[in-house]
Every structure is written in C-alpha cells, then in structure tokens.
Design a binder for this molecule. Sequence first.
Ligand code: M6R
Length: 622
Amino acid sequence: MCGIVGYTGHRQAAPILLDGLSRLEYRGYDSAGLAVRNGKAATEIVKATGKLYHLADKTDQGRSLPDTCGIGHTRWATHGDPSIINAHPHVSGNSTGPGGGEGDSDVVGVHNGIIENYTELKEKLLRHGYQFYSDTDTEAAVKLVDYYYKKYQIGPVDAITRTMVRIRGSYALALMFRDYPEEIFVARKDSPLIIGTADDASYLASDAPAILKYTRQVYYIENLQVARISCGSVRFYDLNGDETSLPMTEITWDAAAAEKDGYEHFMLKEIHEQPTAVRDTLNSLLKDGRIDLSAAGLTDEMIRGLKQVEIVACGSAWHVGMAAQYVIEDLARIPVRVELASEFRYRSIPMAPDTLVIVISQSGETADSLAALRVARERGAQTLAIVNVVGSTIAREADHVLYTLAGPEIAVATTKAYSAQLIAMDVLAIQMALLRQTISQDEYVHLTEEMGTIPDKIRRVLEDKERLQWFSSKIANAHDIFFIGRGLDYAISLEGSLKMKEISYIHSEAYAAGELKHGTISLIEKNTLVIGILTQSQLFEKTISNMAECKSRGAYLMGITTNGNFAVEDSVSFTVYVPRTDEHFIPSLAVIPLQLLAYYTSVNRGLDVDKPRNLAKSVTVE
Ligand code: M6R
C-alpha cells in the first residue's frame, strides 16, 4: 500500500526516483508524485493522477527536474480520493500548488501507512493556525513535524521523534527540510523501509527491487527508529533522539529478477519462474538429501512436542495454509486449524505453549498477518514465519523463520511465491511426520525424493500453456465461474478462483464440491462454467458426480486431473492433465493451469494483468 523512494547524491534525482517508483508500482498506482531540491532553493513538487507514466510524461521522464536530492511516492488511496490534491508529497505549507508546483514549505514528506489519530492531530494543528488542503492523514503528520520543529527550535531528528511519540498508526515517512539541503530524514513504524548506500549516494525505498540496480548494501531500519540520510552515509537514532547503530546487510537477490526479461507481463514471467522458485526453496531445506530445518531454529524436541498447529495468513498465503492443513494432518497426525489473519487477530483463541502458529506471507509486511503474529506471541505460542522477503517485519518478529526463495515477486497476483510456500509447507509436514514417527523411513525417503521431481513436473505443465490460452479465449466473456473440488482439490479451487477474479474481474467462487447442493447450485444455469479439480483418487468419483449434477442444470464443464484419468473426458468439455506424483504434492502442479487460465483470460479481456484495479501487492493496512 503505497511505495516510497528517496535519493540523495550527485546525479539528477528525478530519473532515479521514477525508476524506483516503477518497481514499486505494484504497491499502489492511483497517483504518484515527486519532490526534488538542490541547496536551499524551493523544493519542486510534481504530481499526476493515474499510473506512473503520467508523472514520467509530465517531467520528461524526470529530465525536466535537474535537482540531486528528492523523494517520491506511488499511492494506493486510503484517506481521500485519488486526486492531485491528495497525491503525495505533502507539505507543511498551505498548498503544493496545482499539479504540484513549488513547495513554499519548510517540510515536505511522503508516507506509506496510516496515521490513525490524524483527525485529532489535524484539530490541534488547525488551532495553531495550520491550514489543510488535502483529505489525507499524511498531511497532518508532515505538519506536526513542522509544528514541533518550529515551536521548540529543534533539529529534524528531534522534531520527528516528538511526532512519532504523538502519532498512532503505521508509517514509513521520508521528509526533506528546507534548512537541511541534500539530506532526507526517515522514520518507520510497521511499514517497510530499506536504506541503501553506494559511493557518494544514498537511496531509500519501500522494497528492495527499487534500489537493487544501484546498491546491494542496505540497512533495515527498525521500528520506531529515525535515519538521517546524506550522500553516501546514514545515521540512525532511537525514539529518544540518541544515535544508535544498525548492521549493514547484503541483498543477494539478482537485480535481473526484478525485470520483465522479454515477457509481456511480470505475472507470466513469474509463472515460468516457478520450477526455479520451487527447486531453490526445496534445496535450501535439504542437506545431503535429508530435510534440515536447523536454519529456521526448529528443534526436533519442539516438533515432537507439538499438540496443535495454527496457520494464519491472508489471500493466497491463506490458501497455502488450507492445502498444508490436509498434508500435515494426513502425514504428521497433528490437528491443524487455518485462520484468516484478519479474523484470528480479534478472536480470543486459547493457546497452549505446545501450539505452533505458522504465519505465511510473501511480503512479510501484511498488516493483518503481522498483527496475528504479535497476538500469537503474546498468548505464549511458538511462532514460525514462512516469508519471502528477507528482513521484513514478520521475519524479524517471529521466533523462527523459514525463507522461501522465490526471488522478488512484482505482479500483484502471486504465483511463484505461492508455489514456494506450498513446497516449504510440504517439507515441514514431512519432517513433522518423520519426527513424530507417523511415517516410516521408507515413506520419508519416497516423499522426499518425490518432492524433488516437482520442479520438472511444473515445467511439463507449463508446456501445455497454448491449450489454456485457446480455452481462455472461449471463456473471456463469462459472467460467473465456479471452481469445485474436495480435500486438497478444494484448497486448489480456492486459489484458482482468487487468481481468476483478481485479474480478470470475472465473478468466481470456490466451493467444496459436496457443499454445492446446499445452496450454491441454484446459481448454475445454462453455460455457467464449472471447473472441477479431480486429482485426489479417493474423492474423484464424488467430485465427478457433483460435476454431473451441475451439467444436468446446464453447466459447461472443465476438469483438471492427473495423467491417465482419461475417463474424465466422458463427462467434461475440456480437460487438462498434470503429471502424476504423490497426491500430497498435487497442488503444486494443479495450480499451474489455473494460474495460466486466469492470466490469459485477463489478457484476452484487455486488462492490466500486473496491476489489477483496486488492489495492491503488499497490504499494510487493516
Ligand atoms: O504478502 P502476503 O503473502 O502476506 O500477501 C497476502 C495476500 O495479500 C496476497 O496473497 C493476495 O491475496 C494476492 N493478491 C493474491 O494473488
């Protein structure tokens, strides 16, 4: 939700800021803005509504702004509609001018997060003579910094820490002060922010891909810390304004991984990166062919002693939890409950110390998942985070972390991170089963070896993409699509349905196949598309019967099943086959055609696949 960037150095700032914002656009894309400055001259602010290219056009790709220090923002609206007035940067003065204009202000800032008590702060500032021009919460934060700065005649760091004590909510704030040329001041609480340095320049961004091209040496600023950033150096301060230190970290992600690399969309590229994402994640959890979770600090005693597993996540990560539930219960015989993080955080679930709460998150910054993690820790549970972004807040706060190695995921609709999470959860389930002796050594060896075949089998599924592309052209005008399955097939249906609706805007629902007849079947009419997932041999006949019930009410059927189940073709109009494997791992294969179907349907409908309307990749608000 919103992306921020900053640069100070000896090069022209605006092109660097625009380039960084282009890699953060997945975080929000309803408006964007820049503020740049040089020395004590007035800050120049330019804003544009809509996607980033409007801002780039307005500034001649940044070339029309010569200054060497600046901040930028791409917005996902929370307070106030997506307009020029509400677009960031915001200023301490009375206006940013029409379309931006010259800032007449001492403080200029961009913000990612939500200031919850902004109304109260606004009232206070109005009483002190400030005027407000926007509907945003950010404007109140910027003006409050200015208020303390002037009232107490203190430096920027002290003005910012006073503000941090006063505001409630989440923020990554980047501010420039007229009196401190070539410097940027940042503050963070619960919204992501990294700072990088290289030679005589410094960079800041909400996420690594925005600065990877320039530097790999980064600092993960902590919650409630402030940083003072000048050309090539950074100083950190705590909430008391005392200087503190932070370790520098080297980012290992490949910069090329954040480029489209010839693909038309990031989503298609990321779909094709799944064999690698799954293989890399798997290899990182194996040593000499055996599972080794020591990097996550999970001890054998702890795993043996578990009585309950709670999996908490949002969106697709929650769907991974739904699949993992079946696998863990079946293999390791531990009761598993899967909760939406937004619900979990407000429920008073009793939690024993022998409960393991697993939080799954690609970004490691999802607000509800982070809050759920904190609740679980408060209640005394052990916590394990399955996270893709190194150094993210969830990764830092969990007791144990298991990283997926999917690399940077840019498309809003997750694909490779989902697949990497699935395999990580499979590994965990097998290790739990081995240690709790619910599977034999032979079964352990078989399962581990079989997992190793998954990357290649995904590659084979991807080879069938032309047929899915063809089929998607037939369904591009559908009004409703139902995805049905039982057991693990139901978990995959959930993901297939979300993928379809989030990028094609076609209404879709996922149903446990046996549940349809309890109400939903009334929605089936002539030519309604019903996609059945039929990969679990024990449940195959049951789901086929449920599909037949739909067909007799006029539905048009598609089926996804495993190689050899050719009888499906007697019942459905279009069949996709995936290679055979142990049925616990089938979600890793069956999800691929569903991703491709959603992708091509979105393309056929002429939609913006990578940046679907109303969404943002990293949901850092409640
Ligand atoms: O970063 P997270 O994994 O915590 O994100 C969770 C969801 O917001 C995310 O999976 C979302 O549902 C995706 N848009 C699905 O494609």
